[in-house]
Design a protein around this ligand. Sequence first.
Ligand SMILES: C[S@@+](CC[C@H](N)C(=O)[O-])C[C@H]1O[C@@H](n2cnc3c(N)ncnc32)[C@H](O)[C@@H]1O
Length: 201
Amino acid sequence: MGDHYFSAEPGAASRPAAVDLVLRDLHLRLETDRGMFSPDRVDAGTRILLDSVPPPPQEGHLLDVGCGYGPIALTLAARAPGATVHGVDVNRRALELAGRNAAAAGLANVSFTEPEALDPELRFAVIWSNPPIRIGKAALHELLETWLSRLAPDGRAYLVVQKHLGSDSLQRWLTESGLATSRLASRSSYRILEVQAREHP
Ligand SMILES: C[S@@+](CC[C@H](N)C(=O)[O-])C[C@H]1O[C@@H](n2cnc3c(N)ncnc32)[C@H](O)[C@@H]1O
């Protein structure tokens, strides 16, 4: 139990709702609920990420870290029908809804699991994420190190972070950690960071 959107079992009583994800190429109606991130509308940062990123690779494994009810993973799945998309989250209520949203959208190339259930051998051609900044810097760095070190050679990650929540210092930390990172886009208070896989000798 817990009171944060990143709790495994949200304490908030269920109150089902629906939101519209409207992008240039896609319109999805998504079920949401209390006890998860941004249940009343698709987060502005998520929409900016989805409007800014280059088209995903059309094959291989693609990942959304911290998928919530699924807007990012479902967009990946719709834009890359030949790829296998994974969404991971610690919030079980969100994972259940994300699975239902995939079924409702008829997207069969995406699945949602708890992070530890994903095959550790998988390497990802692309990672898209609106990461959980509010878990704190140390936990966030650990989370990003875990997943970004699993980018395939030539893989890329795209992260949306608000400037006032530390996008510049996160960019610096990523680069100092050997993950070359640049700013792909900047819109209102949001920054989209593009991260390259570490080069292995
Ligand atoms: C900013 S929200 C983004 C949710 C969703 N992708 C969206 O765009 O609406 C970050 C998500 O990360 C999840 N999260 C928190 N800690 C996590 C962890 N250790 N591993 C995976 N996901 C985590 C939270 O439960 C939350 O759903």
